[in-house]
Design a binder for this molecule. Structure first.
Ligand code: HEC
Length: 155
């Protein structure tokens, strides 16, 4: 658990640094204007964000409202996708696997509500040491949005 949180923090911190750096270089004195206009597309050569940073940034900047709830999700579809992909291990209500027993039990539901960045990071990039698979190459990002929104409704 400690590992996964620190990974999330690192991902968010790196994103902050990358964002800070890009804001700095966007200043008029820092670079000729043609460089400023041609920002590299995410994932293209020249894009300085790692895949992990980009995925975390997508969560923070595109998917969350100010209360930390997911915007624009299809929760019904999320339920179906959760049933297909996550239920076999985590259980129908997300409570079959208990995380973090030391500090009191955490399940899919309260993880998604209380610590969505960790939830999102784990769903995307997994955790080999704990046998949680990475889904970034398996599940489309809009489907992950729906799963995360559904997960926030679990007990
Ligand atoms: C093959 C079994 C398996 C499947 C399928 C699976 N998980 Fe997991 N997941 C695990 C295991 C094992 C852990 C680690 C539990 C532990 O630390 O004790 C885990 C951990 C997690 C965590 C980490 C929580 C934390 O506190 O860090 C999240 C979030 C999570 N899974 C979400 C999902 C979602 C969403 C899906 C479906 C897209 C999914 N999992 C599918 C086995 C699975």
């Amino acid at each position: 658990m400690r590992i996964s949180s620190s990974k999330t923090i690192i991902a968010l911190t790196l994103y902050g640094l990358a964002l800070g750096a890009s804001i700095c270089t966007a200043g008029p004195s820092a670079a000729p204007s043609k460089d400023v206009q041609e920002k590299p597309a995410p994932g293209s050569p020249g894009d300085t964000l790692t895949r992990e940073d980009a995925r975390m940034a997508y969560l923070v900047y595109k998917l969350l409202d100010k209360d930390g709830k997911i915007i624009g999700a299809d929760i019904k579809r999320g339920a179906k996708l959760f049933y297909q992909n996550c239920r076999p291990c985590h259980g129908e209500d997300g409570r079959r696997i208990i995380f973090n027993q030391g500090r009191g039990p955490e399940f899919i539901g309260n993880k998604a509500r209380d610590d969505l960045p960790t939830f999102w990071y784990q769903m995307n990039f997994g955790d080999e040491d704990r046998n949680m698979e990475a889904y970034i190459d398996e599940i489309a990002v809009d489907e992950m949005r729906d799963i995360a929104a559904y997960a926030q409704t679990l007990p």
